[in-house]
Design a protein around this ligand. Structure first.
Ligand code: MIC
Ligand code: SF4
Length: 646
């Protein structure tokens, strides 16, 4: 039987397990990336493992999230990461060099290689034919040390693209259409592969928009073939030598096939507050808007920016609309400056932001009260913008730029002929914002610099024989990691300070959650379906660990969060009968008898409700390795114990 693109890469990197859907496979990881919001923790964990140098082919530490520097915290964290990178053999991408995924695609991505990153949008690399996955910081730390990365062997989905996009319809509209079809849970346990004639009409940055936002499907990753278009992108980046051709075998088998005719697509928008709440721009109608933000790792490539500049050229942003634009990298910004497109943006009244995540992660540009904001980003979860009652719509750069001029949500097709944009044959290549690591000899003399904002990792303990604790929280379906551990300008600077962060845990669901947990000393969380979707932030597991959460019982989990819970030593359990969810109430006294024994032997788990006298059967889809991690009290302990055991 033939193989899909992803299966070929998995086969080439398999270090343990069998490529059978649903079983755990261990993969050799060629490249890693981190960003600063998750990176401080990842490097603290790496340091705790006691390994001198990274053992990957390439590891890069980016600074792109926490660039506001409203206090000393961000700058201290940057200095910490820079010092670790220099000493431990990583490249360091300085603040200002751009958003990790955009820069990685431009300067480091290699078709056929594996990449994991401590950021859920790492699948952006799938646009260039990499098997690129988001992971928790601990998993990235292990991979940097040469350890394998484990995933459940996914099902394969093929999205067949036919035809060609009409003028004003964009790659963003393709992924919004896929989200409309599959939903934010539809990709769980699956890899989404793109194929068909339509693929040949899409450039690498367009493909990367699609694989980037594939994260919102809950998919393990998304991937495109590596073809002549990939080759010319790499050539323009001065890296043609790393190109290899890669495509699915003609007889590859897929578990699911989705057909999309690009000719029929129209401009789409994801309405508040979920990326899969998709309708056509025309159907939503001309709602009044207050803000437009263009940028983020989804839509900040040179191609996107040139299109935006062409729409804005010679016009003026609507008086009551604030338009901000953040080009994705120094390379993009510099090229816009050289060709004059930046001037067209500035002339029209755009507010030019630093090449960083910025408003996408709530670092500034929060909309006004009850404001309507159009964004080219990938997530519109409630409150993520920093304004609790704002309504965020996710749209293409074309739709965003058109609307910024009219003050209402505007179908760009109403602007008439689409201006031509031409992509250069060569990009400006200047890697002077990437700092190379020290040689192993020099590195011995170097010190890692810790600032006062860096607090130690929360304490863990081996799994006890029984757990008795209260249901400290009961939440519904699709809880995101932004609910569990919010980000934004006020909180993000404390990503290396778990005790402080804990005060904000689940604030949106229960204002006093942290207080209740501290009073109870320990607790169990009850959740609905797709619990933990969204970001890869392991803080959404480490903070609950700090607050004494012992288990999370849900209808189902999102992949990365489930792995992060295990890594933090918190047991992820699911209801054998989903109807039991309704039988549980907040503050019920719950007991997991013989839990250690049962997990050790892989036996069924029961949960007793001491308040009502009921019993519920619970499942867990954990590999033997993950069960051992839980017994030891988390991945750090497991890694240390394993070193002793061997
Ligand atoms: C996000 O888009 O939510 C983030 C911020 O990039 C996160 C990482 C984080 O929480 O630090 C992600 O996507 O993983
Ligand atoms: Fe940054 Fe936003 Fe991309 Fe996350 S989704 S990496 S915050 S730009």
């Amino acid at each position: 039987m033939g193989l899909t693109i992803a299966q070929k890469i998995i086969k080439n990197h398999l270090v343990s397990g069998e490529m059978k859907v649903g079983s755990e496979v261990g993969l050799r990881i060629d490249q890693t990336l981190t960003q600063d919001a998750t990176g401080t923790m990842a490097y603290l964990e790496f340091e705790a493992m006691g390994i001198d140098r990274v053992r990957t082919e390439l590891s890069v530490a980016y600074i792109d999230h926490n660039t506001l520097q409203t206090g000393f915290e961000n700058a201290d964290d940057h200095r910490f990461i820079q010092s670790v990178a220099k000493k431990r053999g990583l490249r360091f991408s300085r603040p200002g060099n751009g958003i990790c995924h955009q820069v990685h695609l431009e300067r480091f991505g290699v078709p056929g290689k594996t990449l994991i990153g401590s950021d859920s949008h790492t699948p952006t690399g799938g646009g260039i034919g990499m098997l690129a996955m988001g992971a928790g910081g601990l998993d990235v730390a292990v991979a940097m040390g040469g350890g394998a990365y484990y995933i459940t062997m996914p099902k394969m989905v093929r999205v067949n693209l036919t035809g060609r996009l009409s003028p004003w319809v964009a790659a963003k509209d393709i992924i919004l259409e896929v989200l409309r079809i599959m939903s934010v849970k539809g990709g769980v346990g699956k890899i989404v592969e793109y194929g068909g004639e339509g693929v040949k009409t899409l450039s690498v940055p367009e493909r990367a928009t699609i694989t980037n936002m594939g994260a919102e499907l809950g998919a393990t990753t998304s991937i495109f073939p590596s073809d002549e278009i990939t080759r010319s992108f790499l050539k323009a980046q001065g890296r043609e030598d790393v190109w290899i051709p890669l495509e699915a075998d003609a007889d590859a088998e897929y578990d699911e096939i989705i057909n999309i005719d690009l000719n029929r697509l129209v401009p789409l928008a994801a309405m508040p507050h979920m990326p899969d709440n998709v309708k056509s721009v025309e159907e939503i109608g001309e709602i009044k808007i207050d803000q437009v933000c263009i940028g983020s790792c989804t839509n900040s490539s040179l191609l996107d920016m040139l299109k935006v500049a062409a729409v804005l050229k010679g016009r003026t942003v609507w008086p009551s609309v604030s338009l901000s634009i953040a080009p994705g990298s120094k390379q993009v910004l510099n090229m816009l400056a050289r060709c004059g497109a930046l001037s067209d943006m500035i002339d029209a009244g755009a507010r030019i932001l630093e090449s960083a995540c910025g408003p996408c992660i709530g670092m500034g540009q929060s909309p006004n009260s009850e404001g309507v904001s159009l964004r080219t980003f990938n997530r519109n979860f409630e409150g993520r913008s920093g304004t609790a009652d704002a309504g965020i719509y996710l749209v293409s750069p074309e739709t965003a730029a058109a609307s910024a001029l009219t003050g209402v949500l505007t179908d760009p097709r109403t602007l008439g002929d689409m201006p031509e944009t031409e992509m250069p044959d060569e990009f400006i290549i200047n890697d002077n914002m990437i700092i190379m690591p020290a040689s192993p000899e020099e590195a011995e003399e170097l010190e890692v610099i810790y600032g006062p904002n860096i607090k130690p990792f929360p304490t863990t303990e081996p799994l006890p024989e029984d757990i008795t604790a209260k249901a400290v929280l009961k939440v519904g379906d699709n809880i995101t990691t932004d609910h569990i551990m919010p980000a934004g300008a006020k909180i993000l600077p404390y990503r290396s300070n778990i005790p402080y962060l804990s005060n904000f845990c689940f604030r949106q669901c229960d204002e006093d959650f942290a207080l209740h947990c501290k009073q109870a000393g320990k607790g169990i969380i009850i959740g609905g379906a797709n619990y933990g979707q969204g970001s890869s932030r392991e803080h959404a597991a480490l903070v609950p660990l700090y607050l004494g959460i012992k288990a999370v019982v849900t209808k189902s989990f999102a992949r990365i969060h489930c792995a992060n819970l295990v890594n933090a030593g918190i047991i992820p359990l699911t209801f054998a009968d989903e109807a039991d969810y309704d039988r549980l109430s907040l503050n019920d006294e719950l007991c997991l008898p013989d839990i250690r024994q049962r997990i050790a032997k892989g036996e069924k788990v029961v949960m007793k409700n001491l308040t009502t006298g009921e019993e519920y059967a619970l499942d867990y889809a954990l590999s033997e390795r993950q069960r051992e991690i839980l017994l030891d009290g988390g991945l750090l302990d497991y890694t240390r114990e394993n070193a002793k055991r061997s």
